[in-house]
Ligand binder design. Structure first.
Ligand SMILES: Nc1ncnc2c1ncn2[C@@H]1O[C@H](COP(=O)(O)OP(=O)(O)OP(=O)(O)O)[C@@H](O)[C@H]1O
Length: 299
């Protein structure tokens, strides 16, 4: 279980994370999404005790990370796959971590095998690893203590399509056995395929959260007319808020029915009218985060 409550981080006058709250329950994969600079990494770093929050709390299994007696046994963390010691071999990295965590040495081979790093790869220095191999090693490191919670920042970076597919299965299986996964990724199709829940942030704030299916179903309506200006006026007259959507259409936070009614009442001929969620997570993401930037404050 991960519980983040009113988490806030300010760097000087810049608010990187602004009153962020969410919960990740056992048995679920939560996709953590947002554009560059939205505050995902900063939130994850606060959750993992690497960055002190300005305000708010973050707990893992009810306890702040820094108060966990043996953190690697509770929470597996992969924040930066390139942070591993380049001069050590993959096996040495894990053996050292196993010793620190008090994990039996045999688990090193079990986890190397699990992430698909064979004996030859495990003998090579991390500095010679590809990014994909480092991600696999980072995941083995995160899984080493058999934690109940995983926090992964862009774990699919550098993986080829087969590797991405493999990781999806691994995370799904981890959650299906009662684990809790928080996962940030720019690969929206991957997130859509694996995440039960989504937390979307923009400009440091949560802009949407909930079940993946519900959020996609609730994404509003995409509408298009040859006379876009007349459509805009018709929607405004009906009290419907519209924002520019993909391909010159308008996105309306309402069901298709009132949108079509508004257009018909104003005599505007439509060329397209459909639920925006049909465009998948990519479109929902653009709708939710379009135009957001990291907020400047005077605090
Ligand atoms: N140590 C720091 N000092 C000052 N500003 C920081 C620091 N770390 C992050 N920031 C700022 O906080 C904001 C959020 O950054 P963060 O890395 O959390 O975003 P992100 O959502 O992970 O982005 P990305 O997808 O690009 O990794 C950015 O504006 C960033 O420049």
């Amino acid at each position: 279980m991960i519980e983040v409550a009113h988490l806030t981080k300010r760097y000087g006058g810049r608010t990187a994370v602004d009153d962020v709250s969410f919960t990740c329950a056992p048995g679920s994969v939560t996709g953590f999404l947002g554009p560059n600079g939205a505050g995902k990494s900063t939130t994850m770093r606060m959750l993992c005790g690497l960055t002190p929050p300005t305000a708010g709390t973050a707990t893992v299994c009810g306890v702040p990370y820094r108060r966990l007696a043996n953190p690697g046994r509770e929470i597996g963390v992969l924040l930066d796959a390139s942070a591993q010691h380049a001069g050590r071999t993959g096996r040495e990295v894990l053996a050292l971590a196993a010793a620190v965590m008090g994990v039996p040495r045999r688990e090193v081979d079990v986890k190397l095998d699990l992430v698909g790093l064979g004996a030859a790869a495990a003998r090579r220095r991390v500095g010679a690893y590809s990014l994909g191999m480092r991600q696999r090693l980072g995941l083995a490191h995160a899984l080493l203590g058999d934690p109940r919670v995983l926090v992964l920042d862009e774990p699919a970076n550098g993986l080829d399509p087969e590797g991405i597919f493999w990781m999806r299965g691994l995370l799904r299986d981890f959650a299906d056995r009662g684990g809790t996964v928080l996962l940030s990724s720019h690969l929206l199709r991957e997130v859509e395929a694996v995440a039960d829940r989504l937390v979307v942030i923009g400009g440091g704030r949560v802009v949407a959260q909930g079940g993946t299916e519900e959020l996609l179903a609730d994404a509003g309506t995409l509408v298009r007319a040859r006379d876009g200006a007349a459509l805009g006026r018709a929607l405004a007259a009906a009290g419907l808020d519209a924002t520019p959507g993909p391909g010159g259409g308008l996105l309306v936070r309402a069901d298709p029915d009132p949108v079509g009614q508004a257009a018909a009442a104003a005599g505007v001929a439509l060329t397209e009218l459909r639920p925006a969620g049909g465009g998948g997570l990519e479109q929902l993401f653009l709708t939710l985060t379009g135009g957001t930037t990291t907020k400047e404050t005077t605090a």
